[in-house]
Design a protein around this ligand. Structure first.
Ligand SMILES: Nc1ncnc2c1ncn2[C@@H]1O[C@H](COP(=O)(O)OP(=O)(O)OP(=O)(O)O)[C@@H](O)[C@H]1O
Ligand SMILES: [Mg+2]
Length: 286
């Protein structure tokens, strides 16, 4: 589904990504781990060209996006994003926030006047049902909790009917219980619809619990790639050279994988304009 070849990104003299090669299969749930500044967000943002790569090739579902406007438009239509700070419009209703995920699919004149076709309203309500928020459709989004706002972010992404969801630290602002429920929600959505997910996370234990595959990034390079049960303490040192707490699930040399990891792996399956779900909104009418 996603093929990245020889991707590099320079900011002036600083190389944030160094010759990255990465392939992600359809429906796969991949977690990217790495210390702050490792290049996780840059990698994610290069996939839909929120950040323009310096060199390299990126294909999403066979469509080449670099230097091809039509390709880029298609990729942006097929790739939804979820952000740490939700990027919801607080004064809009929950339903209208989710409907903004449909904007790319409707004529511009209707979107200017926020006249949403019935079919799009149906898709938005269905997306809200999938994240368990159908009862909140008509309330103002600023009345929701952080976890609920992130579910709105997921529903908006789903309403886009994407092939890929890129989630940049979607649970960094949430408590552990809410984080797990938001990540479960994302995983279920991915499984139900065969959506490919790449999710940046800071928490190793969530990566072990939710990732079908883990990519470890340090200094702009991929330093680990494997299933959760392959993540050893030594690999963690490569990903976090300055140290990180090692969860009990991480495989110690010469020991069998932790039961929780084994269970997670056993249930794992095989492996233009920006869309509103890809940028901060300016839509302020309510
Ligand atoms: N627009 C920019 N201009 C210059 N340098 C940048 C820019 N964006 C990112 N960088 C640098 O590139 C490196 C990678 O940044 P990136 O945001 O991808 O890291 P990250 O792994 O997402 O970190 P965090 O976990 O803190 O979000 C960092 O050193 C950062 O300072
Ligand atoms: Mg980041």
């Amino acid at each position: 589904m996603i093929n990245i070849r020889n991707l590099s990104k320079r900011y002036g003299d600083f190389e944030a990504l160094h010759h990255i090669d990465l392939s992600v299969s359809k429906g796969e749930f991949v977690v990217i781990l790495g210390a702050s500044g490792a290049g996780k967000s840059t990698l994610l943002r290069c996939i839909n060209h929120l950040t323009e790569p310096t060199t390299g090739e990126i294909q999403v579902d066979g469509v080449q996006s670099r230097g091809d406007r039509a390709g880029l438009r298609r990729v942006r239509r097929d790739v939804a994003m979820i952000f740490q700070h939700y990027n919801v419009v607080p004064r809009l209703s929950v339903l209208k926030n989710v409907l903004t995920g449909r904007l790319s699919a409707m004529p511009a004149v209707l979107s200017w006047f926020q006249m949403f076709p019935q079919e799009d309203i149906k898709i938005a309500r269905e997306s809200l049902r999938r994240v368990g928020l159908e009862a909140k459709a008509d309330v103002r989004t600023d009345t929701l909790s952080g976890g609920q706002k992130q579910r709105v972010g997921i529903a908006r992404a789903l309403a886009q009917r994407p092939k890929v969801i890129l989630a940049d630290e979607p649970v960094a602002s949430l408590d552990p219980k809410t984080s797990r429920s938001v990540l479960s929600c994302l995983r279920e959505a991915s499984r139900e619809s065969g959506i490919t997910v790449i999710c940046n996370l800071h928490q190793v234990d969530y990566a072990l619990e939710f990732g079908e595959r883990i990519i470890g990034v340090a200094g702009g390079r991929i330093v680990f790639e494997g299933r959760p049960d392959e993540l050893t303490e030594e690999a963690l040192h490569r990903i976090y050279p300055e140290g990180v707490d090692t969860p009990a699930q991480v495989k110690q040399p010469g020991t069998a994988p932790h039961a929780a990891v084994t269970a997670a792996v056993a249930t794992a399956r095989p492996a233009p304009p920006l869309l509103p779900s890809q940028q901060a909104f300016t839509l302020e009418k309510s």
